[in-house]
Design a protein around this ligand. Sequence first.
Ligand SMILES: O=C(O)c1ccccc1NCC(=O)[C@H](O)[C@H](O)COP(=O)(O)O
Length: 265
Amino acid sequence: MNILDKIVADKRKEVALKKSLIPESQLKKSVLFNRNVKSLAESLKNSASGIIAEHKRRSPSKAVINQSLNVQDVVRGYENAGAAGISVLTDGKYFGGSLDDLLLARASVKIPILRKEFMIDEYQILEAKAHGADAILLIAAVLSKEELQKLANSAKDLGLDILLEVHNEEELEKSAGIPADMIGVNNRNLKTFEVSTENSKKLAKLIPDGIVKVSESGISNPEVISDLRDYGYEGFLIGENFMKTQNPGDAAIHFIEKLKTAITR
Ligand SMILES: O=C(O)c1ccccc1NCC(=O)[C@H](O)[C@H](O)COP(=O)(O)O
């Protein structure tokens, strides 16, 4: 079994357990459930940086990245640096995240927040809304077309933006007709962990017009963003490059300063 299949198998068990403890009716009582969400896609379109900065403590590909920081300090630093949005990993077992991280992030920043999670059930979409997310992630590699449609409808009913993640042409074809606000091309192969930003360039022309293009993973250099903008990308998801430092907010400030120079050259 590859790591992605293992993560999803664990997630199915986790969601089943949670459902038995916290009914959907309780999630809908959260004060955040009726909050007006903000559009991450719109924020990316109107942003100078286009950066979605991620809170990521560890990962299957890198083990520990940074476990010593407060989520609120990290996300405030990102907002202050000029990020268009925040991504919060909520998976506990493989990424060291939690729904509490999402709540703390929500309480700390005004910019849109993506719940970065392996979504396999509509229950998790309700959870995302109840904990203050503005957008959710759907990963084409782990969902059938029918599942994608069902989860996307559920997100749209709650007013949440959808970042639909693909890694190859086949997944992009499967995603046709799904009401995504953003298509994210993952530069990391989630089965082998190989990373290449060339993947974003390869798939760019196959993404339908009108959908915000996001390049995800393995971005550590502003020149890469400058290059990907020429392929129509408006969003750039960056985790490890910021989180591996002692001050991710400062790292984002320096990155965005260099990005401005790279873009104007
Ligand atoms: O990051 C991993 O190792 C990983 C492994 C398996 C499934 C998902 C994984 N990452 C989730 C992400 O999509 C990234 O955290 C995100 O794109 C940021 O990537 P990076 O800038 O390379 O930290």
